[in-house]
Design a protein around this ligand. Structure first.
Ligand code: ZN
Length: 818
């Protein structure tokens, strides 16, 4: 657009429709036919149609249903063989409106079989690089990967299913399909009916360090430093009923390792038969403390309920004693858990155990026992922070959702870096034993422990209670949970970099290895940024920039409460957040969850305009001045400098009218036209016009372009000539007619010196350099380097190398010069 046309447009607006100064004329839109993309198109055509099970408001519908499965399990841990043998009885309640002829059961341990779908479909990402002269670089395989292959070749893994029967002991036919098993029912199971399955099973426990699983055992070296013994973290360990849902019927996507679990709620009674010197932690509440704990330990557990700081139920000394003594005796630990979607446990003679009551009040669960189980390797890090972090998590998460509804919340140390189950979590960080006998830990390890405990305990809310479908959508639990663990982390200690802020996702969002967040879990590229950081950053932006804390927190809490102990889908989340906040968010879900666009808003040009007075004696004098302010032609300047005279100067006796009058000369014709213009104004128009002229404000027209494609609000900051600043937030809807280029008129009393877009990095804008007008110099660093000598094999001095002596072990500390 031309500068003059802005003048005319402004004058026209002033004369005709000043009040509508934000209107966009058709000519302002630069798109041409066929290029238009409506980034604000509603999502309804993408989301599933609302029905009686799931409403258009994102609520459970009037006929919402879900299945239920209750379990009674007796399991025996064979420590020598590192094997579990068990029998279970599943009571399955068919709450669906459909008759079922068979029940699908999940056999997750089968993922470790050599012929599993996961194993056979695993791809290899490394290639040798060759050139014409031969192989330059070999392909690479990690020793860890070789260890995994060797472990899987050496051990018989996966479930041994010894018997499948009904409640009366009658055998039922079953068919194993990878990690799933179909059990055929002798009679179809009618709506509202229930049936019982009895399954005897066993499996060899995997070594977690070897296969990198979500459960398994860890063996500590049999030396004085580590003291031998194992920690067993047991999960995905019993044949679990597959989910049967209103939106997918039976969940039949196999367990490939990445997409986690889709579960039904139920009650559990589990008896765990373990070596007598083991301490067992499990989902639920211990039913027989008098049989497995000493009187002293039971008293300490009681004391812990009201303690100021965690109390040891099993002390470090008692754990050490267990580690050293050894026994052939056994004890049976009995646990019960109500309304949980899974059951996990841990067992080791290395465990110490601390506990502290979390008095949350209310009538749902006024007292929750926060507890930690860890070996001596956990050290002070665990003693000081694990149980406290469990409580901090409940404190923060409950504010965003609901009171913690279970009687226990546990953190267990072991080989799994971080994994969640109802009431129990596995967390990996540890201390390092130094040569002087002390145990130390790095700041990163401290942050890791507090962060992972918050994250995994947070998962007890999402997805263990708000039961989203993990097999399909990793982001629904990891994204929401990472958002909240960031909130909880910053309320623990804001000086620690917790991540999941808008700035944390910038590098990923401009990279090419992306798929939309709305991609099935097993197909996602780069799971961490895609399913954790990006949705978490998006929710931060939704809360802090788009909705504000009040609207966001209300809607998020509404989502959590609507879907507590139920099974939400992505549509239910999107719809609830929109419906409860009362703000159209379809564009936000589209941009952040369904596309790989990124945020990059550029402020390209700024025009400063002055309103024409229409009075020719004023306006034409302004134009004359503007002309005079322009640089004089360099031809003229150099001719003058050279002292050359023009024809006009040399012939000053020859003049005419135009030597006295320039092109800005005002005539009465113009003055009459001005008077006519004023006379034709309605009284109200005249008042508006006179006031605008008198105020003579600054009219700025700002041209923005959307380089990244993601439509977002423009967070504008104006710095005035007097040094003061003002924020001016332009909603995302500014892009609704043209998602690529928009212009905005801003009228100010004071003169603006500079404009900045998103100066506080709130929107994940990937290129800060184009956020300033005028542009800023980018401050960075340059490093001088010393070039390294070419160590190519051609330059090896073999003659000299050949003199090197062979080292023996006593030389271990000597530097190898070659
Ligand atoms: Zn997680």
């Amino acid at each position: 657009m031309q500068r003059t046309s802005f003048w005319l447009a402004c004058a026209a607006i002033a004369a005709v429709s000043f009040g509508a100064n934000q209107s966009v004329s058709a000519s302002a839109i630069k798109q041409t036919k066929g290029e238009f993309e409506d980034k604000f198109r509603q999502l309804d055509e993408v989301l599933p149609t609302a029905n009686v099970y799931r409403s258009a408001a994102g609520e459970p519908g009037e006929k919402y249903w879900q299945q239920r499965a209750d379990y009674e399990i007796d399991v025996r841990l064979n420590e020598e063989l590192r094997r579990l043998d068990a029998s279970e009885e599943i009571t399955y309640h068919n709450n669906s409106p459909y008759t079922l002829k068979y029940i699908w059961i999940q056999l997750d341990q089968n993922i470790f079989r050599n012929d599993s779908r996961a194993e056979r479909s695993a791809t290899f990402g490394s290639h040798p690089e060759t050139d014409l002269a031969g192989i330059d670089k070999p392909a690479r395989v990690s020793l860890g990967e070789l260890r995994r292959q060797q472990f899987m070749a050496d051990n018989e893994l996966g479930f041994a299913i010894d018997k499948v029967g009904n409640g009366d002991g009658e055998a039922l036919s079953f068919t194993v399909v990878g990690t799933n098993m179909r059990v055929d029912l002798p009679e179809p199971l009618a709506p509202g009916a229930q049936t019982t399955l009895a399954i005897d099973f066993g499996f060899n426990i995997v070594e977690e360090d070897a296969v990198g699983a979500r459960s398994g055992y860890e063996h500590f070296a049999d030396d004085a430093r580590e003291g031998g013994n194992d920690i067993f973290l047991i999960a995905q360990w019993y044949p679990r009923v597959a989910a049967f849902t209103d939106y997918e019927a039976w969940t039949n996507k196999e367990f490939l390792g990445r997409g986690e679990f889709t579960q039904e709620f139920g009650d559990f009674e589990v008896s765990i038969d373990a070596p007598a010197d083991h301490i067992v932690s499990a989902t639920g509440v211990l039913q027989n403390p008098e049989e497995v704990l000493t009187d002293k330990q039971q008293r300490r557990l009681k004391e812990a309920e009201t303690a100021e700081r965690p109390v040891f139920v099993v002390t470090a000394e008692e754990a050490l004693e267990n580690e050293e003594a050894g026994t052939d005796e056994r004890k049976v630990w009995r646990f019960a858990a109500e309304n949980v979607r899974d059951f996990a446990w841990a067992s080791s003679r290395k465990f110490m155990w601390d506990a502290k009551g979390y008095q949350q009040g209310g009538d749902v669960q006024p007292l929750v026992m926060a507890m930690s189980f860890f070996p001596k390797e956990g050290g002070d890090l665990w003693k000081k922070y694990s149980t406290e972090a469990v409580i901090h998590t409940m404190d923060i998460y409950s504010r965003f959702s609901f009171d913690y509804p279970y009687p226990t919340a546990q953190s267990v140390n072991g080989p799994v870096g971080g994994m969640e189950y109802p009431m129990i979590t596995f967390n990996g960080p540890r201390t390092e034993l130094q040569d002087d006998g002390t145990r130390t830990y790095s700041l990163a390890e401290k942050r890791f422990l507090i962060g992972v405990v918050i994250h995994e305990v947070g998962h007890i809310y999402f997805p263990m209670i708000v039961n989203s479908d993990e097999r399909q959508w990793t982001w629904m639990d990891e994204g929401l949970n990472s958002f909240l663990d960031g909130v909880a982390g910053r309320e623990w200690d804001p000086s620690v970099p917790w991540g999941v802020e808008p700035r944390s996702i910038v590098d990923y969002m401009k990279s090419s290895v992306q798929v939309p967040i709305m991609t099935q879990s097993d197909s996602v590229l780069r799971l961490g940024p895609n399913a954790y950081t990006k949705p978490a950053a998006a929710l931060n932006i939704l809360r802090e920039v788009i909705l504000g804390r009040d609207l966001f927190d209300f809607a998020f809490r509404e989502y959590a409460q609507r879907w507590m102990f139920k099974r939400p889908t992505p549509a239910d989340f999107f719809r609830t957040m929109e419906e409860a906040s009362g703000v159209d968010l379809d564009w936000f879900w589209r941009g952040w969850f369904y596309s790989t666009d990124h945020v990059d808003i550029s402020i390209d040009r700024v025009f400063k305009l002055q309103l024409d007075t229409q009075d020719p004696d004023i306006d034409w004098q302004r134009r004359r001045q503007e002309q005079a302010d322009k640089p004089v032609s360099f031809f003229v300047q150099r001719n003058e400098a050279a002292g050359s005279k023009t024809w006009v100067e040399l012939n000053s006796d020859v003049t005419d009218f135009y030597d006295q009058n320039d092109r800005f000369t005002v005539t009465n014709k113009q003055r009459n036209a001005y008077q006519k213009f004023l006379d034709k104004l309605e009284p109200w128009e005249r008042r508006v016009f006179d006031r605008a002229i008198a105020e003579d404000q600054n009219y700025y027209v700002l041209d923005f372009s959307n380089v990244g494609g993601l439509v977002m609000p423009i967070l504008l900051q104006m710095t005035y000539a007097d040094g003061s600043t003002e924020d001016y937030r332009i909603p995302a809807e500014v892009w609704r007619r043209d998602a690529k280029n928009v212009s905005k008129l801003i009228v100010t009393d004071k003169e603006v010196a500079s404009f900045a877009v998103d100066p506080n990095w709130e929107t994940a804008d990937v290129d800060i350099a184009n956020n300033y007008y005028p542009r800023q110099i980018i401050q960075s660093r340059i490093e001088a380097y010393k070039s390294k000598r070419d160590k190519d094999h051609i330059s090896r001095d073999l003659m000299q190398e050949a003199k090197t002596k062979l080292k023996d072990e006593s030389d271990e500390n000597n530097d190898d010069e070659n």
